[in-house]
Design a protein around this ligand. Structure first.
Ligand SMILES: [Zn+2]
Length: 489
């Protein structure tokens, strides 16, 4: 008896068109008429459209049938296959090889479509067009452990849930390029926690996400989230964005959490954070400028690492800010300008953290010192420089103490010198001697007459004593201030 069932292991489908296997398992070659022109650049002219449509019609009839392992899936011809209105079709592929481009244009189908693809290889592009929520059916796209030789592109789409886990692809484009329209999603979840898989570029530009956006454990070259609106919680955590991340003109309506994510070149220009924003343990390897960025509520930079500089000069921080233990890995943190230091200082003052506030006060003064030129204000420039050199604006108590010791040694040597007349350059027989002596005596009397110092001055060396007294007082004052700044509660 002729066996008209598919010869493939465990397949009970009928053979197809003179083959000994079913439509899903039969070889798809030029010899048996599936492929018309291998060299053709367009998918439509490459494949035998009748056979491909048979394939998808058969699939749509038996849509709950799973493709057996290593099935070759021909390009997707959506039109004319699925005509039934309000039908919700789920394409469920596991361990398949999807040949050529896989384009789904919902406008041409009239049905809702969901994709669940697991451990499969796409040899061409995977693209979805014109997916709009016109029915009550839920649309889900679920890719897990898939490898894509072409890009993934969604455009003019409204999809409920996108779940992407452990995939390899060059560009994953969930966003839309033109900026005139926006792609809509309920939830996006992306995680690549296995090193085997890699997403080079992730584009979520011009996109509205109604519920949640989660990107975690993923290394990407670029992440473009510009001109987008996230209405639910956003979590971009434990990820690395190796080249460029952009959040320009993007609105975060709820909590935005960038926990332990590493940024290189970044763009937070004109970003609006309407709820709590957290950069806890985030790492920034390039300059960060939150230019015209608004933080409506709490923003937390705790333990964030800024390898280059942080600039908040043009930021608008309406709520509280927490900058505790913000560092740079192996050097002092680089505060871009005086205003940034002042904002950070102010935030510590507000919560009564005087020690940290003092630290940023020192940065503020340092920036002030750098910005003033001698021409602008010589007086201020000298005072700021002196303050910096003596005690690093109250940050170092060791420095004034060391200078006191050095000055004391010099002072002592000087007294020895004077006592032994080592500095007597003019002999008493010189005609200039008397006038010079008069000047020295006058200076000494002058110093002596400054009342508070009377008792501290050495007889015969009043003037030099006074100079040293002033130096000592200044240094001691700086020492006390520094000790107080570093220890004050
Ligand atoms: Zn079969």
């Amino acid at each position: 008896m002729e066996n008209n069932k598919c010869l493939h292991d465990n397949c009970h489908l009928d053979v197809y068109d003179g083959e000994n296997k079913c439509i899903f398992h039969c070889e798809k070659t030029k010899d048996n008429g599936w492929i018309i022109d291998e060299e053709a650049s367009y998918v439509d002219s490459k494949w035998n459209s009748k056979k491909v449509q048979d394939f998808w019609r058969k699939y749509s009839d038996k849509q709950n049938v799973k493709f057996p392992n290593n099935s070759l899936v021909p390009p997707f011809y959506s039109y004319k296959n699925f005509q039934e209105k309000d039908k919700n079709i789920t394409l469920n592929l596991s361990n398949c090889k999807i040949l050529d481009d896989f384009n789904i244009d919902e406008n041409k189908m009239g049905v809702k479509f969901s994709l669940y693809i697991y451990k499969s290889i796409f040899y061409g592009k995977l693209s979805l067009f014109n997916f709009f929520n016109k029915s009550n059916h839920q649309t889900d796209i679920h890719l897990e452990e898939t490898i894509h030789h072409g890009n993934i592109e969604f455009s003019s789409t409204s999809i409920d849930n996108v779940w992407i886990e452990n995939i390899t692809v060059n560009t994953l484009r969930l966003g839309i390029g033109d900026g005139k329209s926006h792609n809509q999603y309920e939830n996006i979840f992306i995680s690549n926690d296995n090193d085997k898989y890699k997403i080079e570029n992730l584009n979520v530009k011009n996109t509205n996400v109604a519920n949640g956006f989660i990107l975690k454990n993923t290394v990407v070259n670029s992440l473009d989230c510009s001109n987008s609106s996230f209405r639910g919680k956003v979590e971009i955590s434990n990820s690395v964005i190796k080249k460029y991340a952009s959040f320009e003109n993007t609105v975060f309506k709820q909590v935005a959490d960038f926990y332990n994510t590493t940024f290189y070149q970044n763009n937070f220009i004109n970003t609006l954070f309407e709820d709590t924003t957290s950069f806890i343990e985030s790492k920034f390897y390039d300059n960060v400028d939150f230019k015209y960025t608004v933080f409506e509520k709490l923003v937390i930079f705790r333990k964030a690492i800024f390898e280059k500089s942080i600039n908040l000069e043009d930021s608008i921080i309406k709520g509280e800010a927490n900058f505790l233990n913000m560092t740079s890995r192996d050097r002092e943190i680089n505060i871009a300008n005086k205003e940034t230091a002042r904002i950070i200082k102010h935030s510590f003052d507000k919560v009564g953290n005087t020690i940290e506030a003092n630290k940023y006060f020192a940065y503020e003064m340092k920036k002030e010192m750098e910005s003033i030129s001698i021409k602008d204000d010589l007086n201020k420039k000298i005072m700021l420089n002196l303050n910096y050199w003596i005690s690093d604006f109250g940050q170092s108590w060791i420095r004034p103490l060391s200078i006191i010791l050095v000055v004391a040694v010099l002072h002592t040597l000087l007294i020895y010198g004077i006592d032994n007349k080592n500095f007597q350059i003019i002999n008493s027989s010189n005609p200039m001697y008397n006038s010079l002596k008069w000047i020295v005596d006058f200076a000494n009397n002058l110093a002596y007459n400054i009342l508070p110092f009377k008792k501290s001055l050495i007889h015969g060396q009043e003037f030099i004593s006074l100079i040293f007294l002033i130096i000592y007082s200044t240094l001691i004052y700086n020492f006390i201030v520094a000790v107080k700044r570093v220890t004050k509660r």
